[in-house]
Design a protein around this ligand. Structure first.
Ligand code: ZN
Length: 141
């Protein structure tokens, strides 16, 4: 039936909804905004639809949830139940992230990935330093 989207498509849409405008992403946006940076959000024309795009600097930032993006940290654990299902799903996300990074870099964009575990009170000074270093650095050749 044409009036229903496939489970794969639905899953892709769901993961997009989940990963957009998350609390960690909002925290990064607020911080950068307070520092005076302006950016474009979720530019679908770019590979992987980066969360924050800085067109003049030719830089993009992804804000990733540790679980969905398979971060190697305590939050990135694989649940015991349905382990294989989740492992496959998260692996697909990792592959997609990797190919988006590669495509972006190939077309001249610098890419920074920030994981949610690095965005919390007590780590904001380090995060700020990292964001500023990334945004202020000259573009890689
Ligand atoms: Zn993490």
């Amino acid at each position: 039936m044409a009036d229903r989207i496939s489970p794969e498509r639905r899953s892709a849409l769901m993961s997009r909804i989940r990963s957009k405008d998350t609390q960690p992403e909002l925290a990064v946006r607020r911080l950068l905004h307070a520092l005076g940076y302006r950016y474009v959000l979720h530019d679908k024309r770019l590979p992987g639809t980066p969360d924050l795009v800085f067109p003049a600097r030719r830089k993009v930032i992804f804000v990733h949830g540790c679980f969905w993006h398979g971060h190697r940290c305590p939050r990135g654990f694989r649940p015991a139940a349905n382990r294989e299902f989740w492992a496959a799903k998260i692996e697909r996300n990792r592959v997609r992230d990797r190919s988006a990074r590669r495509e972006l870099r190939r077309s001249g964009w610098d890419v920074l990935e920030v994981f949610e575990c690095g965005i919390k009170p007590g780590r904001m000074a380090a995060l700020r330093a990292r964001l500023e270093a990334f945004l202020e650095s000259p573009r890689l050749p």
